[in-house]
Design a protein around this ligand. Structure first.
Ligand code: FPP
Length: 242
Protein backbone atom coordinates (compact mmCIF):
# COMPACT_ATOMS: atom_id res chain seq x y z
CA UNK A 1 0.00 0.00 0.00
CA UNK A 2 1.36 3.42 -1.05
CA UNK A 3 1.68 5.79 1.88
CA UNK A 4 2.18 9.45 1.20
CA UNK A 5 4.74 11.50 3.08
CA UNK A 6 2.55 14.59 3.37
CA UNK A 7 -0.16 12.84 5.30
CA UNK A 8 2.03 10.68 7.54
CA UNK A 9 1.07 11.43 11.14
CA UNK A 10 -2.12 13.20 10.15
CA UNK A 11 -5.65 12.18 11.03
CA UNK A 12 -7.16 10.47 8.00
CA UNK A 13 -10.89 11.15 7.62
CA UNK A 14 -12.94 7.95 7.50
CA UNK A 15 -15.41 9.39 5.03
CA UNK A 16 -14.65 12.02 2.39
CA UNK A 17 -17.37 13.50 0.21
CA UNK A 18 -16.59 15.55 -2.90
CA UNK A 19 -18.45 18.11 -4.98
CA UNK A 20 -16.61 17.72 -8.27
CA UNK A 21 -17.21 21.17 -9.73
CA UNK A 22 -15.44 22.91 -12.59
CA UNK A 23 -15.26 20.37 -15.41
CA UNK A 24 -17.04 22.73 -17.79
CA UNK A 25 -14.84 25.74 -16.97
CA UNK A 26 -11.71 23.58 -17.18
CA UNK A 27 -12.72 22.54 -20.72
CA UNK A 28 -13.83 26.04 -21.77
CA UNK A 29 -10.46 27.52 -20.80
CA UNK A 30 -8.83 25.01 -23.14
CA UNK A 31 -11.39 25.60 -25.94
CA UNK A 32 -12.59 22.02 -25.52
CA UNK A 33 -16.17 20.75 -25.39
CA UNK A 34 -17.70 20.37 -21.91
CA UNK A 35 -17.90 16.60 -22.53
CA UNK A 36 -14.08 16.50 -22.55
CA UNK A 37 -14.14 18.24 -19.17
CA UNK A 38 -16.47 15.57 -17.81
CA UNK A 39 -14.32 12.79 -19.28
CA UNK A 40 -11.23 14.23 -17.61
CA UNK A 41 -13.27 14.71 -14.45
CA UNK A 42 -14.23 11.05 -14.45
CA UNK A 43 -10.60 9.99 -14.80
CA UNK A 44 -9.60 12.33 -11.97
CA UNK A 45 -12.44 10.99 -9.83
CA UNK A 46 -11.07 7.45 -10.19
CA UNK A 47 -7.50 8.62 -9.50
CA UNK A 48 -8.60 10.42 -6.33
CA UNK A 49 -10.57 7.40 -5.15
CA UNK A 50 -7.51 5.16 -5.60
CA UNK A 51 -5.37 7.67 -3.73
CA UNK A 52 -7.89 8.08 -0.90
CA UNK A 53 -8.23 4.33 -0.34
CA UNK A 54 -4.41 4.01 -0.43
CA UNK A 55 -4.29 6.55 2.37
CA UNK A 56 -6.74 4.55 4.49
CA UNK A 57 -9.98 6.42 3.83
CA UNK A 58 -12.96 4.04 4.28
CA UNK A 59 -15.69 5.82 2.30
CA UNK A 60 -15.69 8.18 -0.65
CA UNK A 61 -18.92 9.83 -1.76
CA UNK A 62 -18.94 11.85 -4.97
CA UNK A 63 -21.58 14.18 -6.41
CA UNK A 64 -21.72 13.18 -10.07
CA UNK A 65 -25.15 14.51 -11.10
CA UNK A 66 -27.66 16.50 -9.09
CA UNK A 67 -31.41 16.65 -9.58
CA UNK A 68 -30.81 20.27 -10.71
CA UNK A 69 -28.10 19.18 -13.20
CA UNK A 70 -30.79 17.09 -14.92
CA UNK A 71 -32.18 20.36 -16.30
CA UNK A 72 -28.99 20.89 -18.36
CA UNK A 73 -29.05 20.72 -22.19
CA UNK A 74 -29.79 17.19 -23.38
CA UNK A 75 -26.49 16.88 -25.29
CA UNK A 76 -24.48 17.57 -22.12
CA UNK A 77 -26.56 15.01 -20.22
CA UNK A 78 -26.09 12.50 -23.03
CA UNK A 79 -22.33 13.07 -22.76
CA UNK A 80 -22.46 12.20 -19.05
CA UNK A 81 -24.69 9.18 -19.65
CA UNK A 82 -22.35 8.01 -22.43
CA UNK A 83 -19.47 8.15 -19.96
CA UNK A 84 -21.42 5.75 -17.78
CA UNK A 85 -22.37 3.57 -20.77
CA UNK A 86 -18.81 3.36 -22.11
CA UNK A 87 -16.53 3.57 -19.08
CA UNK A 88 -18.35 3.11 -15.77
CA UNK A 89 -17.93 -0.66 -15.41
CA UNK A 90 -14.25 -0.60 -16.35
CA UNK A 91 -13.36 2.39 -14.15
CA UNK A 92 -15.42 1.37 -11.15
CA UNK A 93 -14.15 -2.18 -11.58
CA UNK A 94 -10.68 -0.82 -10.77
CA UNK A 95 -11.94 0.63 -7.49
CA UNK A 96 -14.21 -2.25 -6.52
CA UNK A 97 -11.44 -4.82 -7.16
CA UNK A 98 -10.01 -3.54 -3.85
CA UNK A 99 -13.06 -4.90 -2.02
CA UNK A 100 -14.82 -1.54 -2.14
CA UNK A 101 -18.61 -1.73 -2.11
CA UNK A 102 -20.42 0.45 -4.62
CA UNK A 103 -23.62 2.27 -3.81
CA UNK A 104 -25.59 4.67 -5.98
CA UNK A 105 -27.31 7.49 -4.08
CA UNK A 106 -30.25 9.25 -5.67
CA UNK A 107 -33.47 8.81 -7.57
CA UNK A 108 -32.31 6.64 -10.45
CA UNK A 109 -35.79 6.70 -12.00
CA UNK A 110 -34.68 10.13 -13.31
CA UNK A 111 -31.95 8.46 -15.43
CA UNK A 112 -32.25 6.50 -18.73
CA UNK A 113 -33.16 2.81 -18.26
CA UNK A 114 -29.99 1.40 -19.84
CA UNK A 115 -27.86 3.62 -17.58
CA UNK A 116 -29.80 2.44 -14.52
CA UNK A 117 -29.16 -1.16 -15.59
CA UNK A 118 -25.40 -0.55 -15.71
CA UNK A 119 -25.47 1.13 -12.29
CA UNK A 120 -27.59 -1.60 -10.69
CA UNK A 121 -25.48 -4.42 -12.18
CA UNK A 122 -22.32 -2.75 -10.90
CA UNK A 123 -23.85 -2.35 -7.44
CA UNK A 124 -25.00 -5.96 -7.35
CA UNK A 125 -21.50 -7.23 -8.16
CA UNK A 126 -20.27 -5.71 -4.89
CA UNK A 127 -23.42 -6.27 -2.79
CA UNK A 128 -21.78 -9.07 -0.76
CA UNK A 129 -18.57 -7.11 0.03
CA UNK A 130 -18.05 -6.49 3.72
CA UNK A 131 -14.58 -4.97 3.98
CA UNK A 132 -16.00 -1.75 5.47
CA UNK A 133 -14.80 0.19 2.40
CA UNK A 134 -17.34 1.93 0.20
CA UNK A 135 -17.71 4.26 -2.71
CA UNK A 136 -20.98 6.12 -3.12
CA UNK A 137 -21.89 7.87 -6.33
CA UNK A 138 -24.63 10.46 -6.12
CA UNK A 139 -26.53 10.48 -9.42
CA UNK A 140 -29.94 12.09 -9.80
CA UNK A 141 -29.27 13.16 -6.23
CA UNK A 142 -30.62 16.15 -4.33
CA UNK A 143 -30.55 16.42 -0.54
CA UNK A 144 -34.01 17.98 -0.30
CA UNK A 145 -35.38 15.22 -2.51
CA UNK A 146 -33.65 12.66 -0.26
CA UNK A 147 -35.05 14.20 2.94
CA UNK A 148 -38.60 14.33 1.58
CA UNK A 149 -38.21 10.73 0.38
CA UNK A 150 -37.14 9.66 3.88
CA UNK A 151 -40.05 11.57 5.49
CA UNK A 152 -42.49 9.79 3.18
CA UNK A 153 -40.87 6.42 3.97
CA UNK A 154 -41.49 7.07 7.66
CA UNK A 155 -45.10 8.17 7.05
CA UNK A 156 -45.83 5.13 4.87
CA UNK A 157 -44.52 2.86 7.63
CA UNK A 158 -46.43 4.78 10.28
CA UNK A 159 -43.17 5.42 12.14
CA UNK A 160 -42.33 8.27 14.49
CA UNK A 161 -38.57 8.54 13.96
CA UNK A 162 -35.52 9.42 16.03
CA UNK A 163 -32.55 11.21 14.43
CA UNK A 164 -30.76 7.87 14.09
CA UNK A 165 -33.75 6.12 12.52
CA UNK A 166 -34.29 9.05 10.14
CA UNK A 167 -30.65 8.81 9.01
CA UNK A 168 -31.25 5.14 8.18
CA UNK A 169 -34.11 6.08 5.85
CA UNK A 170 -31.89 8.40 3.78
CA UNK A 171 -30.11 7.12 0.66
CA UNK A 172 -26.97 7.03 2.82
CA UNK A 173 -28.59 4.80 5.46
CA UNK A 174 -25.95 2.72 7.27
CA UNK A 175 -23.04 4.94 6.19
CA UNK A 176 -21.15 7.16 8.62
CA UNK A 177 -21.61 10.92 8.09
CA UNK A 178 -18.86 12.53 5.99
CA UNK A 179 -15.96 13.82 8.10
CA UNK A 180 -14.70 16.04 5.32
CA UNK A 181 -16.56 17.58 2.38
CA UNK A 182 -14.37 18.99 -0.39
CA UNK A 183 -15.67 21.26 -3.14
CA UNK A 184 -13.53 22.20 -6.12
CA UNK A 185 -14.22 24.91 -8.71
CA UNK A 186 -14.06 28.09 -6.60
CA UNK A 187 -17.71 28.09 -5.47
CA UNK A 188 -18.29 28.15 -1.71
CA UNK A 189 -21.61 26.39 -1.20
CA UNK A 190 -23.05 22.90 -0.73
CA UNK A 191 -25.55 22.96 -3.63
CA UNK A 192 -28.07 20.52 -2.13
CA UNK A 193 -25.45 17.87 -1.24
CA UNK A 194 -25.77 15.73 1.93
CA UNK A 195 -27.59 18.47 3.84
CA UNK A 196 -28.71 16.20 6.71
CA UNK A 197 -25.42 14.31 6.90
CA UNK A 198 -23.13 17.38 6.86
CA UNK A 199 -24.13 18.68 10.32
CA UNK A 200 -20.60 18.24 11.73
CA UNK A 201 -18.58 17.74 8.55
CA UNK A 202 -15.48 19.86 8.04
CA UNK A 203 -15.73 21.83 4.80
CA UNK A 204 -12.83 22.47 2.43
CA UNK A 205 -13.03 24.59 -0.69
CA UNK A 206 -10.48 24.55 -3.49
CA UNK A 207 -10.04 27.13 -6.24
CA UNK A 208 -8.89 24.37 -8.60
CA UNK A 209 -11.22 23.07 -11.27
CA UNK A 210 -12.00 19.40 -10.65
CA UNK A 211 -9.94 17.88 -13.51
CA UNK A 212 -6.83 19.63 -12.10
CA UNK A 213 -7.44 18.70 -8.44
CA UNK A 214 -4.44 16.42 -7.90
CA UNK A 215 -3.63 13.70 -5.38
CA UNK A 216 -1.39 16.29 -3.68
CA UNK A 217 -4.36 18.66 -3.45
CA UNK A 218 -6.28 15.90 -1.69
CA UNK A 219 -3.34 15.49 0.70
CA UNK A 220 -3.48 19.23 1.41
CA UNK A 221 -7.19 19.03 2.19
CA UNK A 222 -6.57 16.11 4.55
CA UNK A 223 -3.71 17.91 6.31
CA UNK A 224 -5.97 20.96 6.76
CA UNK A 225 -8.75 18.68 8.09
CA UNK A 226 -6.29 17.11 10.49
CA UNK A 227 -5.47 20.51 12.00
CA UNK A 228 -9.08 21.33 12.79
CA UNK A 229 -10.56 20.68 16.22
CA UNK A 230 -13.83 18.83 15.91
CA UNK A 231 -15.79 19.79 19.00
CA UNK A 232 -19.22 18.48 17.94
CA UNK A 233 -20.75 21.29 20.00
CA UNK A 234 -18.65 20.57 23.13
CA UNK A 235 -16.05 22.83 24.78
CA UNK A 236 -12.28 22.32 24.43
CA UNK A 237 -12.16 21.35 28.14
CA UNK A 238 -14.75 18.63 27.65
CA UNK A 239 -12.78 17.26 24.73
CA UNK A 240 -9.50 17.02 26.67
CA UNK A 241 -11.28 15.26 29.57
CA UNK A 242 -12.61 12.49 27.28
C1 FPP B 1 -20.10 19.99 -12.14
O1 FPP B 1 -19.14 20.76 -12.84
C2 FPP B 1 -19.91 18.60 -12.47
C3 FPP B 1 -20.85 17.78 -12.99
C4 FPP B 1 -22.23 18.22 -13.29
C5 FPP B 1 -20.53 16.40 -13.36
C6 FPP B 1 -19.48 15.73 -12.51
C7 FPP B 1 -19.09 14.48 -13.15
C8 FPP B 1 -17.83 13.96 -13.17
C9 FPP B 1 -16.70 14.55 -12.46
C10 FPP B 1 -17.48 12.75 -13.89
C11 FPP B 1 -18.57 11.86 -14.24
C12 FPP B 1 -18.78 10.80 -13.29
C13 FPP B 1 -19.78 9.94 -13.47
C14 FPP B 1 -19.93 8.82 -12.53
C15 FPP B 1 -20.73 10.07 -14.59
P1 FPP B 1 -19.52 21.48 -14.17
O2 FPP B 1 -19.30 20.60 -15.30
O3 FPP B 1 -20.88 22.04 -14.03
O4 FPP B 1 -18.46 22.60 -14.28
P2 FPP B 1 -18.67 24.16 -14.45
O5 FPP B 1 -19.25 24.64 -13.15
O6 FPP B 1 -17.29 24.64 -14.67
O7 FPP B 1 -19.56 24.39 -15.62
Amino acid sequence: MRKNKIVRGTQIPKHIAMIMDGNGRWAKKRLLPRSVGHRNGMERMIGLMEHAFDLGVDYMTVYALSTENLKRPQDELNGLFNLIRNHFKEYMGRICARGVKLRILGDVSLLPDDVVQILRESEEETAHYDTGKGVNIALGYGARHEIVYAVNQAIERGEKVTQERFAELLYTGGLPDPDLIIRTGKEVRLSNFLLYQCAYSELYFSEKMFPEFSDKDLDRAIVEYSKRTRRFGKTDEQLTKN
